[in-house]
Design a protein. Structure first.
Length: 74
């Protein structure tokens, strides 16, 4: 029961993150030309690469460290 409550709280706390697509930004992006929309999509992808890269490297380093730690006798 505790686990279910924790998951429900986590879902409720993250819901504001899904509301970040404001109507003003959407209408502004929809009103641009095809080339402008393509530029916005390209910009989103460019801004996504660094955090994704850092997270991938961080998780990879953690997995590598944990495997090395588990292999080495103490």
């Amino acid at each position: 029961m505790k686990k279910l409550f924790s998951i429900a709280c986590l879902v409720l706390l993250t819901s504001p993150a899904f509301a970040q697509g404001c109507a003003m930004c959407y209408s502004s992006a929809a009103g641009t030309t095809k080339q402008g929309q393509r530029a916005i999509n390209h910009g989103v992808l460019v801004l996504l690469i660094p955090p994704l890269g850092f997270m991938t490297l961080g998780v990879g380093a953690a997995v590598r460290y944990s495997r090395k730690r588990d292999r080495d006798p103490q």
